[in-house]
Design a protein around this ligand. Structure first.
Ligand code: DX5
Ligand code: ZN
Length: 221
C-alpha cells in the first residue's frame, strides 16, 4: 500500500478548473466534493462538472459525495467514470448493495464516516470496500482545523483492516497540511486529501510532493 495524495478542488478557482488540475499534475487523484445543501450546509458541484473533469482532466477523479440520497446518486458518479466513489455511511440505507453496485459500474467503492460515526458497526463490511474515508473535520467546508480526536479512530480502523489482510486504503479528509499529515500517517492513513494546504501554496505541485514525503516517512503500516 502506497502513499496517495488527492488534492481537493473545493477551494480552487472554478473559472479555471482545468488549469487548477494541471497545477497538481504530480498528484495521484483529484478529489471532488459533491454537496447537496442537505447532508452538509453547502452546495458545490454536481454531475455535469464532475463529468467534465473525468473527460478532460489529466488525473483520475476521486468523488466524495456529501449528499443525502447516496443510494440514488453514487451509481451515477461511478457510471460517468469516476475512478473512486465515496458515499457516507450516514446517508445510505444499504451500504453493501451500494458498494457492489459501484463495483459493478467499474469504480472503487469507499465508505465515508463523519467525525461522530464509529468504524465499529462497519468492521464486518470492510471486504466490500476499497477505502474508508475518515473525516477529520465536520464535512461541508474547506479550511477547517484538523480534528486530532479522530486519530484513535484512524488507528482502530487500520488495526481492523490489518486483521482482514486486505488492501483497504484509509483516506483522511479535512485540515490535512504539513502540520498534521504526519500524525494522520502515523495513525495508519495512507491516502490524504488536502484542499487549502495545496491550493493556497504558491507552488501547488511542490506542496503535493512535500506532503507525500512527510507522509511516507511517518507511515509504517
Ligand atoms: C470538506 C471536504 C474536503 C475539503 C478539504 O467537507 O470534504 O475535501 O475540501 O479542505 P481542507 O483541506 O482545506 O480542509
Ligand atoms: Zn472531501
Amino acid at each position: 500500500m502506497g502513499i496517495v495524495i488527492s488534492p481537493s478542488i473545493l477551494n480552487a478557482d472554478y473559472l479555471n478548473l482545468g488549469g487548477e488540475v494541471e497545477r497538481i499534475s504530480n498528484a495521484d487523484f483529484v478529489h471532488v466534493d459533491v454537496m447537496d445543501n442537505h447532508f452538509v450546509p453547502n452546495l458545490s458541484m454536481g454531475a455535469p462538472t464532475v463529468e467534465a473533469l473525468v473527460t478532460r482532466a489529466t488525473l483520475p477523479v476521486d468523488a466524495h459525495l456529501m449528499i443525502e440520497e447516496a443510494d440514488r446518486w453514487a451509481p451515477v458518479f461511478a457510471d460517468l467514470g469516476c475512478h473512486s466513489v465515496s458515499f457516507h455511511a450516514e446517508a445510505t440505507a444499504a451500504p453493501v448493495r451500494l458498494a457492489r453496485e459501484i463495483h459493478r459500474l467499474g469504480a472503487r467503492s469507499c465508505l465515508a464516516l463523519r467525525p461522530a460515526t464509529d468504524i465499529a458497526p462497519y468492521v464486518d463490511l470492510l471486504p466490500e470496500f476499497d477505502m474508508i474515508l475518515i473525516m477529520t473535520v465536520e464535512p461541508g467546508f474547506g479550511g477547517q482545523k484538523f480534528l486530532d480526536v479522530m486519530l484513535p479512530k484512524i488507528e482502530r480502523t487500520r488495526e481492523a483492516i490489518r486483521r482482514t489482510g486486505l488492501d483497504v486504503w484509509i483516506q483522511v479528509d479535512g485540515g490535512v497540511s504539513r502540520e498534521t499529515i504526519e500524525r494522520a500517517a502515523a495513525a495508519g492513513a495512507n491516502n490524504f486529501v488536502a484542499g487549502s494546504a495545496v491550493y493556497r501554496a504558491e507552488d501547488a505541485a511542490a506542496e503535493v510532493q512535500t506532503l507525500r514525503d512527510l507522509a511516507s516517512t511517518a507511515f509504517h503500516h
